[in-house]
Design a protein around this ligand. Structure first.
Ligand code: TYD
Length: 219
């Protein structure tokens, strides 16, 4: 189902993928490109993206909720998503801006659903509650071998401790990669797989080509 673009003339682009794929760098580069053409672009992220959702992010990523299990974590990610959609994403889309979001519902499908084994019915109903007519127009799946992504994530955080999800083993991260690729295969009209192993400027060019192709020539 595509989003109702009359109710919200802006365009909603999400970036998804495993750890260390370069999503936040690419979100910034895409926003720079859109802004250089005179478009308003809001860059945001999940979990987080509004003050209340950022507070929930701290709770979730610290791991204090992990003992409650993946279903409880799904509820927390959904609570953060509801305020993010209401306070940040929808207002921007309604005024005609581009919104570029680092992770969104596909992360819940993969981390909590495919890997966390949360009941797909719960995942679907949480998704419905949180996003309603705020579905992404385009999802860019930044794809990278799990080993490469983990090495990049470790280099990026230097001496800081790995968060709740980065701390999982290689098999888990390979599972994440498969999960995102499966979504892209199932929803080719919404998703584009991007080779995130290229140099950042080449990844940015591939993303720009996908945006132009999916959303029409932007000038
Ligand atoms: P973050 O530091 O933003 O990770 P990354 O740089 O890899 O995007 O932390 C977000 C973590 O939360 C990441 O490990 C993925 C996880 N996550 C979920 O498990 N479910 C979700 O719905 C979302 C949005 C994120």
């Amino acid at each position: 189902m595509s989003a109702d673009t009359t109710a919200r003339p802006g365009r909603f682009i999400t970036l998804e993928g495993g750890e260390g794929a370069g999503k936040s760098t690419q979100a910034r580069l895409l926003a720079d490109r859109l802004r250089s053409l005179g478009h308003e672009c809001v860059v945001t992220r999940e979990p987080g993206g509004s003050p209340m959702a950022e507070a929930l992010r701290e709770v979730i990523l610290s791991g204090v909720a992990a003992p409650l299990g993946p279903s409880a974590e799904t509820v927390l990610f959904t609570a953060a998503r509801i305020v993010h959609v209401v306070q940040t994403i929808m207002p921007a889309l309604k005024r005609g801006a581009f919104v570029v979001c680092d992770r969104f519902t596909d992360s819940t499908r993969v981390y909590q659903g495919a890997l966390g084994k949360v009941d797909p019915k719960l995942i679907d109903s949480m998704e419905e509650i949180a996003i309603r007519d705020c579905r992404p127009d385009l999802t860019l799946v930044l794809d990278l071998p799990a080993k490469t992504g983990l090495a990049r994530a470790a280099a990026r955080r230097a001496n800081e401790a790995a968060d709740r999800f980065e701390a999982e083993g290689l098999a888990y991260h390979e599972g994440l990669r498969e999960g995102f690729l499966a979504i892209a295969k199932a929803e080719p009209e919404r998703c584009r797989v991007i080779d995130a192993g290229l140099a950042p400027e080449n990844v940015a060019d591939a993303i720009w080509a996908a945006v132009q192709d999916r959303l029409g020539l932007i000038s």
